[in-house]
Design a protein around this ligand. Structure first.
Ligand SMILES: O=C(O)CCC(=O)C(=O)O
Length: 283
């Protein structure tokens, strides 16, 4: 546990203090001798065993680091409710059967035009630690670099888009494909909240290949000043053929990531279906 997290758990403390003298002793030696006839103690206040303990309340309210919740079962999950509305997830493991998922994975792994995108942060360029490709009539800009329009959908992707649209009741005009070659490939904490996605976007995420952990963390409150120490956290293992829908305020109120893993992981493809709006999105 980090120092910071340990400190967060420090509660009030017990402190010793001298026990007040019994009533009859109050009033000085004369009164003491007069009331009991015993001589004053030679060991003084600290040595005579008359010690008591009192509880000191902590200066600040105790804050617990919430335990991470794991979501594995099929279902609808309202993960938070706030000023921006409800953040909702829908998890559908085995949305594709084993045979369908195996077939889609091998076709897409071999046939999509995978490449490594260069992003920018604070004026510095860096290579994304995964491969991507983009489908849709419109460009998509994130991390200060733009994926150019690519309207020629691979037939397997068109078929999967139809299945995802029927299951979600939403239509999607764009798709970001991610290929995690092994456990060292990852995507850092972010939300899909670019203006071109419009307010409260629904994102449909279909996973193929090896299982990777998809983590979510709640955005800290303004009082927390960008500190994520005490925020709620969720973990969802996304396995072969699983569909995850992120809806409502999820992109506004939560961030997500797929962290690196330091044991053997095989390749994984993640397809995130989205709707992109030209220039200014509808409100
Ligand atoms: O690989 C995943 O499950 C997540 C991908 C993702 O977060 C994204 O494309 O924005």
């Amino acid at each position: 546990m980090s120092d910071k997290r340990q400190r967060a758990r420090v509660q009030g403390s017990w402190a010793s203090r001298p026990k007040p003298a019994p009533r009859e002793a109050v009033g000085g030696a004369a009164g003491f001798a007069g009331s009991t006839g015993a001589p004053p103690s030679r060991s003084g206040l600290w040595g005579d065993g008359r010690q008591t303990f009192e509880f000191h309340q902590p200066a600040k309210a105790v804050k617990e680091v919430p335990a991470e919740r794991v979501i594995e079962k099929a279902g609808d999950y309202d993960i938070s409710q706030g000023p921006s509305g409800v953040s909702r997830l829908q998890l559908l493991p085995w949305f594709l059967s084993q045979t369908e998922a195996d077939w889609a994975f091998s076709k897409l792994f071999a046939e999509l035009p995978w490449s490594q995108k260069t992003n920018f942060k604070q004026g510095q360029s860096y290579e994304e630690p995964r491969l991507t490709c983009w489908y849709g009539e419109l460009p998509y800009t994130y991390s200060q670099s733009t994926l150019q329009p690519n309207p020629q959908w691979h037939p397997v992707l068109s078929e999967l888009r139809g299945a995802v649209e029927r299951a979600s009741g939403r239509s999607f005009n764009s798709l970001l494909c991610n290929l995690y070659r092994d456990g060292k490939d990852s995507i850092a904490w972010h939300s899909d909240s670019e203006p071109s996605l419009g307010p409260q976007p629904t994102i449909a995420s279909l996973s193929l290949g090896d299982t990777r952990c998809f983590s979510l963390r709640k955005q800290p409150t303004p009082e927390e000043n960008g500190d994520y120490t005490y925020v709620e956290r969720l973990r969802i293992p996304l396995s072969h053929g699983t569909l995850l829908l992120m809806k409502g305020a999820t992109q506004e109120d939560w961030q997500h990531q797929v962290a690196k893993e330091y044991h053997d992981r095989g390749p994984r493809i993640n397809l995130t279906f989205r709707t992109i709006y030209p220039e200014s999105p509808p409100h």
